[in-house]
Design a binder for this molecule. Structure first.
Ligand code: PRX
Length: 632
């Protein structure tokens, strides 16, 4: 069996082997890496507790595999290209040797500031090179990184820091995104006012804005770097030691900290990267995701660096200075493989073809999509106008919890079908089940998407609360990992992901729980109760529709109330969770037992009120008429 699959026949062979002998299959792949000590046993698992362990007693450091391992053969190869927000600012490029040095130095800064193996370090930073260095620096010394997307509010950050009991925060003075300027350090200051675990804040100078530096707590990275060596011995980690925590939303309560471990995640991110994108040694690869999300972790940083690729990191947004920016960057750096989200494609599609046609895009070989279902129109536009019909579009389905891509075409290897993720990767055993949890074996069916066998990159636990992990993913269907997604399987066995079947809304590829947004809305003093649902949105995939009951003694100015509600959501979660529509209502459709019938609200939000189904269990059916009359 070869490590990189080159034809569909080889894919089928690898798939068969991975099912018949999973341990042998993954051991063979794991052999390709540098281990300080080999594993005793490949896999131990049960999905009841759950307990999943890969490469038991294996010892390694993932950064030795991302960096040191390449120095002999790829020391002078470009590892990271950084493209700034403003195209007038000069880009920066780092070879593997330079990246190694940067990572080692920041790792030493962390050690000097008291960080030890196992400590949690929060990283809240814009898309600047120091973000990449910092993530790897944590991994170098065995600290568990928890990257928080720099668009989250101070309250969200504080919740995450407190949950992980992080002792150090790495951040920057400010950030520029498009024409917006965000005082990042000020947000951090506000957050850690309620985070007693934080002892040190290390600040990168990016914008030069004046910031508050608290004596004894805050230090400048550039000053700390003066004090350290260029070498840093990598901490030896157990394969099952945590590598990072990444918070993601579920259908209940606050976001949970998904925990990934060193060995399995390494093997899985490398294997999926090289096979899905079919990376060739001289390719320039660009994933547009922010490192604050799982896509940025696995396919901007770890996967490409493990493979020895040249990976591009972009600080800006697709529409600044204009909607041709992505394509300008592709031409400028000769990007061969381009990986983005359907939301970005749809917004660029709406901006008009001229922006694409002004660029050659000759370097492109492979296009990827991730984060949400890609509608056929967007798929074709991407394929025809960006890929000029010569680049396959790999529609990659996966989740924060899966660590890496699960269902996808392999570029230039697998058959493509628009809006279909396609076949599972080797090692992945998806099944569809019906409501009672029975497996649906036939093709041309629809069901709940589950996994019946572990894979190395999968979630191990939710930080600090293992029971929550069990309840969220392993309790719905006995012996299965439940994804929360519904899917169809066509007559050839190709999968099409339909979307979430739980109370999770996917807005522009970002996950929010309806309960999470409702909690934020309910923080507002004018609000009595709220209910949030998703509805189809042309650009974002799904939009957020909030039905809100306000206090009667309020001034009655609806616009004022809406602004207030938005402010609460921005303060509690961040701008990315702003409701698109807010309908002020007098009541919510509740059953006699007090449960909100969301099905009805979803129909109203979708504008499909002709057939609301059975409403006989409603306490007060008049509420529905009123909601329909006021629908936005
Ligand atoms: O509903 C699926 C959707 O995004 C969810 C996972 O979100 P998150 O953990 O934030 O990770 C996003 C990036 C991996 C899934 O449960 N999703 C992700 N990729 C696709 C998708 N839906 C359809 N097609 C995809 N390619």
């Amino acid at each position: 069996m070869s490590y990189t699959i080159k034809s569909f026949d080889e894919y089928q062979q690898a798939y068969q082997e991975s099912i018949q002998n999973p341990e042998g299959f993954w051991a063979n792949i794991a052999e390709q890496f540098t281990w300080q000590q080999k594993w005793d046993k490949v896999l131990d698992w049960n999905f009841e507790e759950p307990n999943v362990k890969w490469f038991i007693n294996g010892k390694l450091n993932i950064t030795e595999n991302c960096l040191d391992r390449h120095l002999k053969t790829r020391g002078n190869k470009l590892a990271l290209i950084w493209e700034p927000n403003d195209p007038k600012e000069r880009y920066v490029r780092y070879t593997y040797r330079e990246l190694h040095e940067k990572v080692c130095m920041i790792a030493n800064v962390l050690r000097n500031n008291g960080v030890k193996k196992g400590d949690r370090v929060c990283i809240y930073m814009p898309m600047i090179p120091e973000l990449a260095f910092s993530v790897l620096a944590c991994a170098r010394i065995g600290a568990v990184h928890s990257v928080i997307f720099a668009g989250f509010s101070a309250t969200s950050m504080a919740d995450r820091i407190n949950d992980a009991q992080a002792t150090v925060v790495l951040t920057s003075d400010g950030l520029n995104r498009g024409t917006k300027q965000i005082p990042v350090k000020r947000v951090v200051d506000e957050a850690i006012a309620t985070c007693p675990s934080v002892q040190k804040v290390i600040v990168v100078e990016r914008t030069g804005w004046a910031v508050n530096m608290e004596e004894g707590r805050d230090v400048w990275l550039h000053e700390e770097l003066q004090k350290v060596d260029k070498d840093c011995t990598a901490e030896i980690m157990d394969a099952e030691d945590p590598l990072f925590i990444l918070y993601t939303s579920g259908s209940t309560g606050k976001p949970k900290g998904v925990v990934h471990t060193c060995g399995g995640y390494m093997v899985y991110s490398d294997y999926t990267f090289r096979n899905v994108f079919q990376y060739q040694e001289s390719d320039v690869y660009w994933c547009t995701a922010d490192i604050g999300w799982i896509t940025g972790h696995t396919y901007l940083l770890y996967g490409p660096l493990l493979t020895g690729a040249t990976t591009l990191m972009f600080e800006g947004i697709p529409t600044f200075p204009d909607a041709g920016r992505f394509w300008q960057v592709v031409d400028k750096h000769g990007v061969n493989i381009f990986y983005t989200a359907p939301t970005a494609i749809r917004s660029l599609m709406a901006a008009g073809l001229d922006h694409v046609l002004s660029y050659s895009l000759d370097s492109l070989k492979v296009l990827g999509s991730v984060g949400e279902p890609i509608n056929e129109e967007a798929w074709h536009w991407y394929h025809i106008h960006v890929g000029k019909e010569r680049c396959p579009v790999v529609d990659t389905w996966w989740q924060t919890e899966t660590g890496g891509i699960m269902i996808s075409a392999l570029a230039h290897v697998s058959p493509l079908k628009p809006s279909h993720a396609g076949y599972p990767l080797p090692g992945i055993q998806p099944i569809l089940v019906d409501q009672s949890g029975e497996e649906i074996k036939e093709n041309e069916v629809e069901g709940y998407l589950c996994m019946k066998f572990p894979w190395p990159g999968m979630i191990r636990t939710t930080y600090g609360d293992h029971e929550r992990c069990r309840l969220s993913y392993f309790a719905a269907y006995k012996g299965l990992y439940f994804t929360g997604d519904g899917a169809k399987r066509d007559k050839n066995g190709m999968y099409r992901i339909i979307g979430r079947v739980d109370d999770v809304i996917n807005v522009s590829g970002h996950r929010f729980g309806t309960a999470e947004i409702e909690n934020a809305i309910n923080q507002n003093k004018h609000v009595v109760e709220s209910a949030v649902v998703g509805y189809p949105h042309e650009i974002k995939g799904q939009g957020i529709y909030a039905f809100v009951i306000c206090n009667h003694d309020d001034p009655g100015n609806e616009q004022y109330l809406r602004d207030e509600i938005i402010e609460s959501v921005v303060a509690e979660i961040g701008k990315i969770a702003k409701p698109d529509k807010i309908q002020i209502v007098n009541g919510l459709p509740k059953t006699r037992s007090g449960k909100i019938m969301r099905r009805i609200l979803r129909k109203v939000a979708e504008g499909e009120t002709s057939n609301l189904g059975d409403t006989s269990t409603l306490l007060d059916p008049n509420v529905v008429d009123e909601i329909i009359a006021g629908a936005l």
